[in-house]
Design a protein. Structure first.
Length: 296
C-alpha cells in the first residue's frame, strides 16, 4: 500500500514549529499522512521524532562532491544510513548529481550526465557494501548533470551498475520540470511528465517513490540567463549567490491540476512525499491541504 508523507528536516526551521512529539504527530495525521521523510541535518536534541514517525530518510546530499575525498564522503553518508537503520526507515533518498556553485550560476556544465552517473554508481556501491537490504535506496533526479530523467538510456545505465538489490528511483516532479524552462502551466508540466514516463515505460516499476511538487520557474530562468551573474571569488559570497538563485528556480509548491492523481496512479509508487518549502506552520498547513486535495 502506498504511503504518503511530508518532508521534515531536523533543523530549527522545522522543529521549532512543534511543541512536542504529540503535536508533530497530530499535525501530519490531520492530513491522513503516514509519517515523515526526515532529513537529519543535525541531532534531534528535543527527541521530537519518534522512530515510528520516520517512513523515509533523505540523505544530507552534497551537489558538489566529485572532487572531495571519498573516505570523508563515505563517513558523511554513513551517518544518514545509520539514522535510517536506527529509525527502521523504509527507504533512503540520495541525489545523483554534480554541480558546483559557479556552475549553477553560469549554466556551463563541467561534467556530462554519463560521467556523473558512472562516478556516483561506483560510490554508491561502496557506500552500500555490507548493507543487508534494510531499506530501499532511491536515487533522485535533479536538473544538473547526472540523473535527470531526460534520457532513459542514462537512467537504465545507472540502475544497471548498482549492486544493491533494493535499489530504485525517486522521481522529483519539480526537479524534472526544472529541466524545461519553457513550461508555464501545471497542465504543460503534466504533459511533459507523461511524455517522460512514455519514454521510461519499462523503468516505471523502478520508480518506488515520488517527491510530488511543482516548480514552474521558467520565466525567471530565461530572464536570469540573459544577465548571468559573475560568480563571486569569496566562497561565502558565492554560496549566497548560488542559494538565492537555486531557491528561485526550485519552488517546491503543490502540484495541483487535473491529472495529478492519475499520474501518481500510473507510476503506482510505494511512497509519495508532499515535499514543500514553507516559511511557517500556517503556510505548510495550506500547502499540504492543497497537495492532498489534488490526490483525492
Amino acid at each position: 500500500m502506498m504511503k504518503i508523507t511530508m518532508n521534515f528536516s531536523i533543523s530549527d526551521d522545522d522543529t521549532g514549529r512543534y511543541r512536542n512529539s504529540a503535536d508533530l504527530r497530530g499535525f501530519y495525521r490531520q492530513f491522513w499522512l503516514s509519517g515523515l521523510e526526515v532529513m537529519p541535518l543535525c541531532e534531534d536534541s528535543q527527541g521530537l521524532i519518534k522512530p515510528d514517525m520516520t517512513v523515509g530518510v533523505h540523505a544530507c546530499c552534497l551537489t558538489d562532491w566529485m572532487h572531495l575525498d571519498q573516505e570523508w564522503l563515505l563517513s558523511h553518508y554513513r551517518k544518514d544510513l545509520e539514522y535510517a537503520k536506527a529509525t527502521q526507515a523504509e527507504y533512503v533518498v540520495f541525489h545523483v548529481t554534480q554541480a558546483g556553485y559557479a556552475e549553477s550560476l553560469t549554466y556551463q556544465k563541467t561534467h556530462s550526465d554519463e560521467e556523473v552517473v558512472d562516478t556516483a554508481a561506483a560510490f554508491i556501491n561502496r557506500l552500500l557494501d555490507g548493507c543487508d537490504d534494510e531499506f530501499y535506496f532511491l536515487m533522485e533526479n535533479l536538473w544538473y548533470p547526472g540523473l535527470t530523467f531526460e534520457d532513459p538510456a542514462i537512467t537504465r545505465h545507472l540502475l544497471d551498475q548498482i549492486h544493491y538489490s533494493k535499489k530504485g528511483l525517486m522521481l522529483d516532479t519539480g526537479h524534472f520540470m526544472n529541466t524545461n524552462p519553457d513550461l508555464r502551466t501545471p497542465e504543460d508540466a503534466l504533459v511533459f511528465l507523461n511524455r517522460m514516463l512514455d519514454a521510461h515505460e519499462d523503468l516505471i516499476p523502478m520508480i518506488k517513490g515520488i517527491h510530488l511538487n511543482q516548480s514552474l520557474s521558467g520565466s525567471y530562468v530565461r530572464e536570469f540567463q540573459k544577465h548571468l551573474q559573475t560568480p563571486a571569488e569569496d566562497p561565502n559570497e558565492l554560496a549566497t549567490q548560488a542559494f538565492l538563485h537555486i531557491f528561485q528556480v526550485d519552488q517546491h509548491r503543490p502540484f495541483v491540476t487535473d491529472g495529478v492523481r492519475e499520474l501518481v496512479r500510473r507510476i503506482d509508487p510505494l511512497f509519495v512525499t508532499l515535499e514543500y518549502i514553507s516559511q511557517d506552520r500556517e503556510e505548510h498547513t495550506r500547502l499540504l491541504r492543497e497537495g492532498v486535495a489534488a490526490l483525492d
